[in-house]
Design a protein around this ligand. Sequence first.
Ligand SMILES: Cc1ncc(COP(=O)(O)O)c(C=O)c1O
Length: 448
Amino acid sequence: MLPQIVETPPGPKSLDLARRLSASECAGITYMAPDGSFPVFWESAYGSNVWDVDGNRYIDFTAAFGVAACGHRHPALVEAACHQIHSLLHGMGDVHPSRAKVDLLDALTAVVPRPLGHAILGQNGSDAVEAALKAAYLHTKRSGIIAFVGGYHGLSGFALGCTSAGKFREPFSPYLTDNVTFLSFPRRTCARDNHDEMSLNRALSAVRQRLSDKYLPPVGAILVEPIQARGGIVVPPDGFLRGLRELCDGVRTVLICDEIFTGFGRTGEWFACQHEGVIPDLMAVGKALTGGFPLSATLMTPEVAASWPKSPGEAIHTSTFLGHPVACAVGASSIKLMQTLAIPLRAARGGDRLMQRLRRAFSGSPAVNEVRGRGMLVGVTMTNGRYGEPPFQVVNRTVTAAMRRGLLILPCGANGDTVSITPPITTSEAQLDHGVEILADAIAEAVT
Ligand SMILES: Cc1ncc(COP(=O)(O)O)c(C=O)c1O
């Protein structure tokens, strides 16, 4: 369905919930615009639509942080959740595991590239990155890590240590490890000329140099997003992942691909590393894995998995809700659904259409710097506003203006200069086209 605005968002019910939430939640968590213009509160969602508490209907170009790949509240997933809830609501993941956990692991290991056949489950993306870093250390016994500027890997301990943005790190800097070296992430230019080759060579040569540096802790792991998502939808030049793979192989360092945003079809392949035919030693997945329940996984090769000591009865890595039966049941069903719906193929086709429409809408626009991405992971980078305002202010105004017209989008990028577009992959052509029209109107409003 297309959007329908019945009360200018945020309507009175959203405003009332904002007042109640402000009274009870730590102010550091949910963004409340000082003038009350943001956020709206969600009541329900289905497919690519979200309804707010005031009855406004939106097109969702966020898939709620990239999670709802098959659309919100898909009936197959709701049925799997209900069925599981009625038999086992909570289990003992690493002591008396549930049938659902085994079914999920069977389904998951069948779709990830071989030989990533062993998994550790977690509840969110950060958990998956933590487990991957622990595995890398167990396997290599080397504490140095290479991560990339602009990379986002989550905000818990080890994961935050590898997330580059100062705004997340600085408040907690005394707690963070200094074993991480941040190197620059090369970007593919629209023109795809020599520039790409130069930036690729520069990036790989910096990695090579760090790997051979005798004065810093030896590097056990390279942690990389195949396409930086929250960092601004930054696609590296072809050959970057392959280059990292070769460098890792030369020194027995492990390659960890963080596919938490890019995984499960979003970029047009099941996993973004497959665009380059690269198989990492470890892969972190989450988000679209279940389409809406908190579950993540760290996949590893048999060699890496063998570095974990066999559990003597008390595992060195577990948690109360590990392998939660409802999340696992929904996850197994979600993987089956993504296969049935041919989600990677749809993302490739939908992404082509989206990119074409966006490029047409913004070609020659002084407000837009670049439209870039792969599959249905797309970014629109903005320029300064008419009166010299920095791009992040224009992006924030665009997000609010789009919301008022019935389109949900998010900002991203190191400086917040990019609009992130990650709709459910099942979004119809009419919804995609309409969303682009709304975005164009919202940008026009934001720059005036
Ligand atoms: C690439 C990537 N890694 C890790 C994370 C962290 O996931 P979570 O927020 O579920 O902890 C995210 C979240 O957006 C992400 O995009």
